[in-house]
Design a protein around this ligand. Structure first.
Ligand SMILES: Cc1cc2nc3c(=O)[nH]c(=O)nc-3n(C[C@H](O)[C@H](O)[C@H](O)COP(=O)(O)O)c2cc1C
Length: 206
């Protein structure tokens, strides 16, 4: 692939939230996770883990548990019950409507251990950064395969619920969900900030 192809691939990726029912094969999922694992990682520890959910029962169990937790949290916030019901329904449909759902998690177990909180937090952040880089690889590889995908942040708000629903080991820290499938509709182009707003040139006094 030329640099131009890669640039076009990166620019053409969109978050896709609705999928056709066509199955995504396990070979495709394996290719995506292989692409994810090509990402750089701090100390090359590869702290990412990807838990693929393809069975309807697993997706429903996760969606139901997360929905109950969302409803409990929003009820505690004093939100409108009808708005909560719609939110829970939407979340359930998004998770169960995707042919494949990949839970993105990290494990801190193989990262460096420090006695002080400041360095422990830096190490944790490195694991998060590495896992996010791997997930971007996965999203781009999915796009290259003609698949649509979208990262959902919800597991970050209820890691214990996610671990419980999927019987995950306690050292796995849920970071997000990637829903995946062949697109039912093209994604919308979302605006990006102007280059001048994000590319800053340091002006150092001579
Ligand atoms: C960390 C992270 C969390 C996200 N969480 C959600 C989410 O919970 N629900 C959702 O629909 N999209 C979510 N997205 C997708 C963003 O909304 C999307 O990437 C952004 O609007 C830009 O659109 P694009 O991906 O089509 O370029 C998330 C993306 C990232 C990187």
């Amino acid at each position: 692939m030329s640099d131009t192809d890669l640039t076009a691939l990166i620019a053409g990726r969109r978050s896709i939230r609705r999928y056709r029912a066509d199955p995504v094969t396990s070979e495709v999922v394996q290719r995506l996770v292989r692409a994810a694992s090509a990402a750089p990682s701090a100390h090359n520890r590869q702290p990412w883990r990807f838990i693929a959910l393809t069975e309807a029962t697993a997706k429903e169990r996760l969606a139901r548990a997360m929905g109950a937790r969302l409803a409990a949290d929003r009820t505690r916030d004093g939100d409108d019950p009808e708005a909560i019901r719609r939110d829970v329904e939407r979340s359930f449909a998004r998770i169960t409507g995707a042919p494949v759902v990949i839970l993105v998690a990290l494990t801190i177990g193989e990262m460096d251990a420090y006695p002080d909180a400041k360095r422990r937090e830096a190490e944790y952040l490195m694991a998060v950064q590495s896992t996010a880089m791997a997930t971007q690889n996965l999203l781009l590889a999915a796009h290259a395969e003609g698949l649509g995908a979208c990262w959902l942040c919800a597991p970050l708000f209820c890691p214990d619920t996610v671990r419980g629903a999927l019987d995950l080991a306690t050292d796995l820290q849920p970071q997000g969900l990637v829903t995946l499938g062949y697109p039912a509709q093209p994604g919308k182009e979302r605006p990006r900030k102007a280059l001048d707003d994000i590319l800053l040139v340091a002006e150092v006094a001579r």
